[in-house]
Design a protein around this ligand. Structure first.
Ligand SMILES: NC(=O)c1ccc[n+]([C@@H]2O[C@H](COP(=O)([O-])OP(=O)(O)OC[C@H]3O[C@@H](n4cnc5c(N)ncnc54)[C@H](O)[C@@H]3O)[C@@H](O)[C@H]2O)c1
Length: 250
């Protein structure tokens, strides 16, 4: 049995992960950790002193995840990170820590299989289109923008070419931010935040006389759970560093 601790156990994602762990015959819930609520450990340090933890799953917040991950990797606790908002530099530091300490670490900006496919399809299409932009739409309690999924999608598309603004004329923003944020290979990312959405993303490709839209909508947080459990089982048996669930979906 793999002993799993859930950090952020009282949050929206943390609650789903606890349920998924309890319903899986190969894993058991070793500890619930959260800074809010009853019946939980208040820190990873406290939980790890009382419980044997094989894998910790982190769904907390952008301002906590880096310190949580460093604590785990420095204390021999394997970690699956779902929390978004890590910078490129922080991801690189965690990769080095994971490799130097030979402790498994998997970071996935999106655990839903449909979203992973949307990213892969966007990567495939990137080769054939010179112009592309990303619109991501989330609920209005999301703390970071743009989403980790949008950043990862742009990164994957940027492997196909250096710029996705071929032929665009020089632009002036009359209202600051109108054109969104510029990411890898000049891909503009636009972030929408409002009630009614959970997590959606549309990647729009354009060329002369045609538009291709690749869209994914998450309508229930259960869509992430197969991916989270796949990641937990991978990390439990391997000590490698993995960025993106796509690496496990061959
Ligand atoms: N990778 C994915 O597939 C995926 C999917 C959905 C959400 N997310 C990300 O997961 C994160 C959590 O989302 P959510 O909607 O569950 O948020 P939430 O605000 O509902 O829950 C976060 C929980 O973490 C707790 N917390 C905060 N700091 C903590 C700390 N240092 N130690 C322990 N607990 C702490 C909070 O008290 C809260 O209960 C966000 O970054 C979100 O973008 C990722």
């Amino acid at each position: 049995m793999i002993r799993v601790a859930v950090c952020g156990a009282n949050g929206r994602m943390g609650k789903e992960v606890c349920q998924a762990v309890l319903s899986d015959d190969y894993v058991e819930l070793a500890a619930k950790i959260d800074i809010c609520g009853d019946d939980v450990y208040s820190s990873i340090d406290e939980a790890s002193k009382s419980e044997k933890i094989d894998v910790l799953v982190d769904f907390t917040q952008p301002s906590s995840v880096f310190e949580n991950a460093k604590f785990c990797l420095n204390n021999g606790i394997k970690i699956v990170i779902g929390t978004t908002g890590l910078s490129d530099n922080q991801i690189e530091q965690l990769e080095n820590l994971s490799k130097n300490n030979n402790t498994g670490c998997l970071i996935a900006p999106n655990f839903s299989t449909g979203a992973v496919l949307m990213m892969k399809f966007a990567q495939m299409a990137a080769k054939y289109f010179d112009n592309a932009e990303i619109i991501e739409l989330h609920h209005n309690q999301k703390k970071d923008a743009p989403s980790g999924t949008a950043i990862k999608t742009a990164l994957m598309m940027s492997e196909a070419k250096d710029s996705f603004k071929t032929g665009n004329c020089p632009e002036t923003e009359t209202i600051k931010g109108s054109r969104g944020g510029t990411s890898y290979s000049d891909i503009q990312i636009h972030s929408v935040r409002m009630p009614g959405f959970m997590a959606s993303q549309e990647v729009i490709f354009g060329s002369n006389g045609q538009i291709l839209k690749i869209r994914h909508d998450s309508t229930d947080r259960k869509c992430y759970m197969d991916g989270v459990m796949l990641a937990v089982k991978h990390v439990a048996k391997e000590n490698d560093f993995v960025y993106g669930l796509d690496k496990l979906l061959k």
